[in-house]
Design a binder for this molecule. Structure first.
Ligand SMILES: Cc1cc2nc3c(=O)[nH]c(=O)nc-3n(C[C@H](O)[C@H](O)[C@H](O)COP(=O)(O)OP(=O)(O)OC[C@H]3O[C@@H](n4cnc5c(N)ncnc54)[C@H](O)[C@@H]3O)c2cc1C
Length: 433
């Protein structure tokens, strides 16, 4: 039976995290907004404002909880991480202060899993320590959801590989010390066998950022997602991550956990929407009564609460399945959560926006940014349609075709069979009439 219980010691940690995020971390969101601030680890801001808070988290034993103790984490199970990420999801800086900011968290996971001792010493240690940032470079301009269209390739040349091609939406490349780049190394086999991953130092000659792309209303050129060209970029052969042709297995290790953690943080964002919705309902009077007294408002509150509760339980359940069966065994549940995440988030934001009127769509509330974030959730890490396909494929594995020409629920057939079983009794019942 699924178990989402919280033991008293962990509850104490959660209470501490909630208070710490509210008093120490959320003010950073307000004073220092902007993606740059999260990833620029060489800035005075990072040194003076972020690192002291990270030290408090480390002293409290809550740093990078998703990693095993061997890598400086706590080895928390996914259910514990779900409760924790829900709180961190209320703040932009929360994941950074607690050592689980994407894409670094996912990149660290795959180097820990597939990296050699040298790769771990050079890239993983400073990454885990929060000293450097990294970038994950997989999507290409001509397509992200279908790796079959990837063209960026690497060719072996002596002790080096030479990478040529383009990548798109390589987030936070601007501040990365290294990139993990997925490339085709064997064009003669299917892409899931012919793609490999490389650790590429960000200062390698030939890496050309065509431009940094923003989302929504970010100013042109100021976005955090690089359109990048690899012009015969040379990497030493020992910078291959895992084996040749292993890129897909590695990507799955990274993306499964990442998708679930995004969903956990979205629970926090959706509950923040509900808080704003309810506060507004109890604060604004129109036509002589509080908005909270209007049936239309009550419907919004009920819908938001019910969907939040359903979503939170779905996320906890998926987390529990991962704890029981591992990420691969939970791919149906993770894909289902990935599909639900943008939908629940978007609906919650829209209701809250609506109730705030002009203020709701203004740049004086966090809601417009949240709306863009909710749409993004349906695209990044694979679009909703593709995850629905995974859910359906996995669900169908539990079924088989009907045996005859009719569905197994076809009433005339079932009724005839039931009547045959009770023929005696039916006959006597008719005789008694
Ligand atoms: C904020 C953000 C950050 C990102 N960060 C990174 C990063 O750091 N590194 C990285 O490599 N990538 C990153 N991405 C890219 C992301 O992974 C891709 O956008 C995603 O995989 C979809 O690829 P695409 O944009 O090329 O869309 P496409 O593959 O062109 O798909 C476009 C649309 O077509 C439809 N579609 C696609 N496939 C199917 C299908 N099989 N069936 C039905 N409909 C379908 C869907 O509606 C889909 O949204 C990021 C994206 C965003 C938005």
């Amino acid at each position: 039976m699924a178990d989402f219980s919280i033991d008293p010691a962990f509850q104490e940690q959660l209470d501490w995290i909630r208070e710490f995020v509210k008093t120490e971390v959320e003010p950073l969101d307000l004073a220092f907004a902007g993606e740059d601030m999260v990833y620029n680890k060489a800035s005075a801001f990072y040194e003076e404002a972020i690192r002291p808070l990270q030290q408090v988290v480390k002293d409290r034993g809550l740093w990078s909880c998703h990693l095993t103790p061997e890598y400086g984490g706590q080895g928390y199970g996914q259910v514990q991480l779900a409760y924790m990420n829900e709180i961190l999801g209320r703040s932009q800086f929360g994941p950074t202060v607690f050592g689980n900011q994407a894409p670094d968290s996912g990149n660290a996971e795959i180097i820990a899993h597939y990296g050699t001792a040298e790769q771990k010493a050079k890239y993983l240690e400073p990454l885990l320590d929060g000293r450097i940032s990294s970038c994950y470079s997989m999507t290409e301009p001509q397509g992200g959801a279908d790796p079959g269209v990837f063209k960026c390739s690497a060719v072996r040349d002596g002790d080096e590989w030479v990478i040529d091609g383009e990548k798109w939406f390589s987030s936070s490349l601007r501040y990365a010390s290294f990139l993990i780049v997925m490339v085709i190394t064997d064009p003669d086999v299917a892409v899931h066998k012919g793609a490999s991953m490389f650790l590429v130092p960000a200062d390698s000659p030939g890496i050309e950022v065509v431009r940094n792309v923003g989302v929504g209303q970010e100013h042109e050129g100021h976005g955090g997602h690089a359109y990048v060209r690899y012009n015969s970029v040379r990497v030493p052969a020992d910078h291959l991550l895992g084996g040749e042709g292993q890129a897909f297995a590695i990507a799955q290790t990274r993306l499964g956990g990442g998708r679930l953690h995004h969903a956990m943080r979205t629970v926090g964002a959706v509950s923040r929407c509900l808080d704003m919705l309810c506060e507004r309902a109890l604060s604004r009077t129109t036509q002589g009564e509080l908005l909270a007294r209007k049936q239309a408002t009550q419907e919004k509150i009920a819908d938001s609460f019910i969907e939040l509760l359903q979503f939170k339980l779905q996320v906890l359940h998926a987390a529990w399945v991962v704890d029981q069966k591992g990420g691969h065994g939970a791919r149906k549940e993770i894909a289902a959560v990935k599909v639900a995440t943008p939908k629940v988030y978007r609906e919650a934001v829209l209701r809250t926006m609506q109730l705030h009127g002009a203020l709701g769509v203004s740049n004086e509330m966090p809601l417009a940014n949240m709306l863009m974030a909710s749409v993004t959730m349906g695209i990044a890490d694979g679009p909703t349609e593709v995850h629905k396909f995974t859910v359906a494929r996995e669900v169908l594995k539990g079924y088989s075709p009907a045996e005859g020409d009719w569905p197994s629920e076809h009433l005339p057939e079932r009724r005839a069979a039931a009547r045959a079983e009770y023929a005696d009794l039916l006959e006597r019942s008719v005789a008694d009439l």
